[in-house]
Structures are given as structure tokens and as C-alpha cells.
Design a protein around this ligand. Structure first.
Ligand code: YK8
Length: 177
């Protein structure tokens, strides 16, 4: 896997979770800029293994000229039971893109880790893995891998930049920046 974000933000862990994993204005605006449309989401619900789960569906806009302009996607998010409200949040997210070439060969596994540093600070780590459901031919695999990593990196660099903007807005005038 690869680590795309590893940064301390002047945002509480609880607030960071709310920004990224609830229907927040922040994530709605971010989806807008990324041209991710038609988002539907189930609410967080406890499953039999004591984890919280939710499912998102949306349509992504793709800039890669090799691929069609849009793809529907499904994202299965799990908030692991080791999480402690306000302290530590572990979220796993499996993203399936349904309408890209070779979509039946792979999916993307993202791991978000939000760790409280102090009352007003947290560290955010985002790890990603591209997982193969079946072994493609070598050339196809490198094709998938190259095109996936570049799209994922672009997305998370942008997310980090937008979080820094949000941090600036949140700390402005709060007196403890
Ligand atoms: C989530 C991983 C791969 C996919 C894409 C596939 C190209 C197919 C390659 C062919 C378009 C929001 C990505 C980047 C679409 C966007 C996905 C996002 C960013 C030529 C073989 C969507 C996080 C996420 C995870 C996986 C990303 C896809 O929150 O290259």
C-alpha cells in the first residue's frame, strides 16, 4: 500500500471525523469540486461484528483520456470497533468503480486513521491499496496500477489541500491558533 496523507491538523479528531464521514458541508463542497455527483449514502449502522457500516453510491467524473468520462462507484465504509469517540477513529473504505475498463479485476482499499493529538489537534493518515480480485495479464496489471495510482494520488493531494483551507477557516478567530 501507499501512504498519501500523514499530517497533523489543527482540527479536533471528532471534527475531522464529522468533516470526512458525515454529510458535512465540507465533503459536499469537495465532491462538487471533484465533480462527484448523485451521492447517496445509508446511515451508519452497527453490524453483527460490532463495527459501524455504511454504503455510498455516486458517479465520478474521470479526466483520464483513456477512460470514459463517467463511472458509477460504490464505497463500503467500516468504522472499526477499536475506534474511540473523540480519541481514535479507524475507517476502512472499499471503492468499486463499476464502469471503467477491467473493473471486475480490481478495487481500491482506503484506510483512514484519525488520532487525537490534543483537544484541538489530530493526525490524519490515509493509506491506499489497489487489490486484485483476479490476476490480470502483466501488461494489463501495470496499466490498471499506473492509472489507478495517479488518480488516487491526485484525489488525496487535493483532499489534503482542501482540509488545510478548512483548518484555516476553523482556526480563524478561535483564538487558539
Ligand atoms: C473515493 C481508483 C481507480 C479509478 C480510475 C480507474 C481507471 C481505470 C484504469 C483503466 C478512474 C472517491 C479512480 C481513481 C476513480 C476515483 C476513486 C476515488 C478517488 C485504464 C485500466 C473516488 C476514493 C477513491 C478511490 C479510488 C479511486 C479510483 O472517496 O483511475
Amino acid at each position: 500500500g501507499r501512504l498519501f496523507v500523514n499530517k497533523v491538523f489543527h482540527i479536533s479528531a471528532e471534527k475531522m471525523f464529522e468533516l470526512l464521514f458525515t454529510d458535512s458541508n465540507f465533503i459536499r463542497r469537495f465532491m462538487d469540486i471533484r465533480k462527484i455527483t448523485g451521492m447517496t449514502s445509508t446511515s451508519w449502522q452497527r453490524d453483527s461484528s460490532d463495527c459501524m457500516k455504511r454504503t455510498l453510491n455516486y458517479t465520478i467524473t474521470i479526466t483520464n483520456p483513456l477512460v470514459g468520462k463517467f463511472s458509477t462507484a460504490t464505497e463500503y465504509q467500516t468504522l472499526y470497533k477499536e475506534s474511540r469517540e473523540g480519541q481514535y477513529y479507524m475507517v476502512g473504505a472499499e471503492v468499486y468503480t463499476h464502469d471503467v475498463p477491467y473493473h471486475d479485476y480490481f478495487y481500491t482499499q482506503n484506510r483512514y486513521c484519525i488520532i487525537s493529538n490534543s483537544k484541538h489537534k489530530c493526525r490524519l493518515r490515509i493509506y491506499t491499496d489497489v487489490i486484485y480480485k483476479k490476476q490480470p495479464w502483466g501488461l494489463v496489471k501495470s496499466f490498471i496500477s499506473k492509472n489507478s495510482w495517479s488518480g488516487i494520488e491526485d484525489y488525496f493531494k487535493h483532499l489534503e489541500a482542501e482540509l488545510l483551507e478548512e483548518e484555516a477557516e476553523l482556526t480563524q478567530g478561535s483564538g487558539d491558533a
